[in-house]
Design a protein. Sequence first.
Length: 118
Amino acid sequence: VQLQASGGGLVQAGGSLRLSCVASGRTFGLYGMGWFRQAPGNERELVARISRYDSSTFYSDSVKDRFTISRDNAKNTAYLQMNSLKPEDTAVYFCAAQDVSTGKYVYWGQGTLVTVSS
């Protein structure tokens, strides 16, 4: 599985962006999907996760009620809708595919930069 993330950019605080993660292959629906982010000097952190069939989601406290993760298995695509963006959301955002049997993220996209200006 190859993942291609896109949709990052520069936005003012309070604005919105939608990130997309397109997967190659026909096994996209077998994986859970996660969005991570990494700001300069910080460790990579999980911000949102969605199960294979969209039945359950997880959000970190820092993005809860502002970000929404979703997926369209027919389009092999996962999304991260980001609203009410804050300067502290500035980071490189990565999508990743989760092996549901181990819980490990086994495939990673290349990252897309989100910059939120104050």
